[in-house]
Structure formats: C-alpha cells, structure tokens
Write a protein that binds this ligand. Sequence first.
Ligand SMILES: [Zn+2]
Length: 212
Amino acid sequence: MNQSGIESSELERNLTILRKEEVRGGFRSDIKNLIKNSPHFLSKLVRHILDENFPDTLHQELIERCGIELREKYYRHRRNLDFRLTVLEAYDYKCAVCGFSAQSNGRYLALEAAHIKWHAFGGADSIDNGIALCSLHHKLFDFGAFGIHEGMIVYSEKIVGNQAFDIHCKSFHGKSIGVPNNYIHQPLKENIEWHSTEVFKYPARKIKASEG
Ligand SMILES: [Zn+2]
C-alpha cells in the first residue's frame, strides 16, 4: 500500500504484456459484413457490448468516442427503480461526495444511485452496492476519476481540469465520503475494492496531511 492509499493494480502490468505481444481483437468477416450492411444489427451489437461491460453513465460517451453512428436512437435502460429509491433514501437524498441535493415538486434532480460494482460485472441492485451521487460525481466515479479508500475520497492523478474542476471535484480529495444513515447499509468492502481494482485510474493523488 503506498502513501496515496490505493495499491497500483496488476492491470498496468497486463496492459504492458498485451501491447508488447501486439495482441489485437476483432470480428470475424461474416460479422463484419453484418455490421456494415445492417444498421439494426449494429445497434443491437453496440447495446449488447455496452450493457455487458459498462455502466449506463458511460454509454453515450463511448459511442461518440468510438465514432459509431447509430441510425436508431440510443435509449438508456430504465433499471431497477427500487434500487434508486432505497439508495437515495439511505443517503438522505444527498450526494455522498459534495452533499448536493435539489428537488422540484418532490422529485429529486440530478441525484442518482450509483452501482459501486458495475451491474455489467454482476454488481447487485442492493443497498450495500449502492451510493448516492449527483450526476457529475456519478459519471466521474464510473469513469474512475476518483475512488474510495478507507472511507476517503481519493482522486486520480490522471484527471486534471480547470478552476471549476478544482472547486467541484478536487477539493473533495482526501475528505470523508458520505455514509448512509444506518450503519448496516454501508457499502460492502468487497464492492469498494472491486471499484478500486477494476475502475479507478491509477495512480492516486497523494493525500497531504492538511487534507482529510
Ligand atoms: Zn456530488
């Protein structure tokens, strides 16, 4: 365990091996033809790959980053509504990072229930795999811009931004993450560890003595 809190993962080492061996992935030629000739097949394939591997918050960005043009409009799934409601209630309808909370006629806005271990990787729709986050922090959490280590918010060194980023994001580095009202609803350690190992973008920023 280094000073920054989160152990560097094996991922970097594995990536180095894959790059060195020039490992490539791709589709068979019959599948390639289908992709080329059937927009409907392409949509279904994209949906399947995204659902199986990434949380909803990253789907649109991945589609754009890969330069995929879908003729059919891409809709996000409406997942388990109970999960959202129970998680938000457990966290008192506040973002566990910044404390953001806003509502209109009793409907909470830009406040989401994030899966700590992604649904796509078998993460449960259970309260101990959930955390209430505002839309901004949900997206950054799913991207791995920050993780949780020993109850603290730890930002990645790989994420930089302007002054607004420092105010809304980096200023929470080293601070305690919000906890649910009831201790028994705390996130399971194994889910947090999964996020640290699989999602967080190493290396972590150092935590100064003045932070926290
Ligand atoms: Zn927030």
